[in-house]
Design a protein around this ligand. Structure first.
Ligand SMILES: Cc1cc2nc3c(=O)[nH]c(=O)nc-3n(C[C@H](O)[C@H](O)[C@H](O)COP(=O)(O)O)c2cc1C
Length: 177
């Protein structure tokens, strides 16, 4: 793969807000998650866990994603799986200088995850609107686990168009000194 191929993948990856109600093969989900786990992390601590909810658990989890009286994230109801991107702060990882990078590491993992999914023919949406305590309860996760985002994953509906990327012009985001 060269940079041009990679750019094509980056351009194709977009937040999908229209999923088919079609199951994704467990082996494919597993391959995508395993690929994402090749992401780098501070001191290679890999301070994370991916909790993939399907079926009834996914449906219960979906109820933690929505905001009462608002339409936000309703599209995730059709996605066959929701992956909770979680910290895994076990004792040996609790060194302050490394722990401060946990949110950074989880962000990197999430990027790897959505791009791996795209390469596997799946669509995703990162979901930051959530009720973290409710999600912890639903997935039986301990109190000290943080869940910064969930990722809805599945097949996009037929005809769902690839949008042109809305991004600042690169000169606003890149500087040379
Ligand atoms: C940390 C984070 C949280 C997000 N939360 C939501 C969300 O709750 N609902 C949603 O529809 N999109 C959410 N998004 C998607 C962003 O809106 C989207 O990535 C951005 O507008 C760029 O569009 P693109 O992903 O299609 O390139 C989130 C993205 C990130 C990185």
């Amino acid at each position: 793969m060269n940079l041009s191929d990679l750019k094509t993948l980056y351009e194709a990856r977009q937040s999908c807000r229209s999923f088919e109600k079609r199951e994704v093969d467990r082996a494919l989900l597993e391959e995508v998650m395993e690929t994402a786990l090749l992401a780098p992390s501070a001191c290679n601590l890999q301070p994370w866990k991916l909790v993939c909810a399907t079926g009834e658990t996914k449906q219960k989890l979906f109820d933690c994603m929505t905001v009462k009286g608002m339409n936000i994230n309703r599209f995730a109801e059709n996605a066959p799986a929701l992956i909770a991107v979680c910290s895994n702060a076990d004792e040996k990882n609790k060194k302050r200088h490394v722990m401060e990078f946990v949110p950074f590491d989880l962000g990197g993992l999430t990027s790897h995850l959505v791009l791996a999914a795209e390469a596997a023919g799946l669509s995703t949406c990162i979901l930051g609107w959530r009720d973290e305590p409710k999600i912890r309860e639903c997935l039986s996760l301990p109190e000290d686990v943080s869940i910064p985002v969930l990722v809805a994953i599945g097949y996009k509906t037929e005809g769902y168009e690839t949008r042109k990327k809305a991004r600042r012009v690169p000169t606003e985001s890149i500087e040379y000194r």
